[in-house]
Design a binder for this molecule. Structure first.
Ligand code: FPP
Length: 252
C-alpha cells in the first residue's frame, strides 16, 4: 500500500507553506559544517516538490531565505546563494517536464545579481506551466519578511490614494491582499514547520490567518515524502471552522 492511499484526495490542501528549519542542527549532530545541512536540505526541497506535484497541490511556498538571514556569517549566506543557483539551474528541465511554475516572493532586488538573473530566467521559462487545472506553483520566499511585505503594500496603497486611484475607504481585505507579493494565490491552508520551534518567524503573517499549523521535531534534511504525508493526514483530521461552530458547519 502506498503511503498516500490513506489520504483523502478530496481534502488535499490547495496551498501548503513550509518553514524549513533545522538544517544547522542536523549538520551539527553529525559534526558537519552548517552548509552541509543546507545542502542536504536542498535534497528535501526536491523530494517535497515531487510529492506536492504528485499529490496535486496547487501551491507550495517554501521559506528559503528570510530578510533576517542576511545577518548570518557571509560564508553561510554565500553558500546558500550558491546552493540556490545550482538548484535553479539543475531543476529547470524538471520543472518544465512536471508542469511546475516557479514564482518568488520577497525583496528579490537584494539578491546577488547572478542569482537574480537565473531566478528571473527560470520564472520566465516556467511561467506558462500550471496554467490549467493540473500543475504546481512552487513559490520561493527569498529575502522575505512579512512585516516588510505588509509595509510595502501599505506604501503602494497610500501612493495610489494620493494619486487618486482609489480612496482610503475602498481599502478592503481583498484590495489589501492584492498588493501583497502573494497577490492572486490562495492563502495557505497548512503551515508546516520542521525543527520543532513554534514560531512564525515573520512568515506570511497576513496570509496564514486561517491556516492549520503543524510543527514537527523532524529536522528539514530528514523531512521526506512520508513525513509530508503525516502532516497532510494531520491536516485532514482537522475541522476548519473559520469562526463558525461545528453545528453550523455540519448544517451547511
Ligand atoms: C533554516 O535552517 C534554513 C535556512 C535558513 C535555509 C533553507 C535553505 C535550504 C533548505 C536550501 C536551499 C533552498 C532551496 C530552495 C534550494 P537553520 O540553518 O536555521 O537551522 P538551525 O535552526 O538548526 O540552525
Amino acid at each position: 500500500m502506498h503511503e498516500n492511499s490513506v489520504l483523502n484526495p478530496e481534502r488535499i490542501p490547495r496551498h501548503v507553506a513550509i518553514i524549513m528549519d533545522g538544517n544547522g542542527r542536523w549538520a551539527k549532530q553529525r559534526n558537519l559544517p552548517r552548509i552541509m545541512g543546507h545542502k542536504a536540505g536542498t535534497e528535501s526541497v526536491k523530494n517535497i516538490v515531487k510529492s506536492a506535484r504528485e499529490l496535486n497541490l496547487e501551491v507550495l511556498t517554501l521559506y528559503a531565505f528570510s530578510i533576517e538571514n542576511w545577518k548570518r556569517p557571509s560564508f553561510e549566506v554565500q553558500g546558500l546563494m550558491t546552493l540556490l543557483k545550482t538548484f535553479l539551474k539543475s531543476e529547470l528541465q524538471n520543472l518544465l517536464d512536471k508542469n511546475i511554475s516557479l514564482r518568488c516572493i520577497g525583496e528579490i532586488e537584494k539578491l546577488p545579481p547572478d542569482v537574480q538573473k537565473i531566478l528571473l530566467q527560470v520564472i520566465e521559462d516556467t511561467a506558462r506551466n500550471a496554467e490549467g487545472k493540473e500543475g504546481l506553483i512552487l513559490n520561493l520566499a527569498l529575502s522575505y519578511g512579512s512585516r516588510s511585505e505588509i509595509l510595502r503594500a501599505a506604501r503602494i496603497m497610500a501612493e495610489k490614494c494620493v494619486s487618486g486611484q482609489f480612496d482610503p475607504e475602498d481599502i478592503s481585505e481583498k484590495l489589501f491582499a492584492s498588493h501583497l507579493y502573494t497577490a492572486g494565490l490562495p492563502d495557505p491552508d497548512l503551515l508546516i514547520r520542521t525543527g520543532g520551534e513554534s514560531r512564525l518567524s515573520n512568515f506570511l503573517l497576513w496570509q496564514l490567518s486561517y491556516a492549520e499549523l503543524y510543527i514537527t521535531e523532524t529536522m528539514w534534511p530528514d523531512f521526506n515524502a512520508e513525513r509530508f504525508f503525516e502532516a497532510l493526514k494531520y491536516f485532514q483530521g482537522r475541522e476548519r471552522r473559520f469562526g463558525q461552530t461545528s453545528e453550523q458547519l455540519q448544517a451547511e
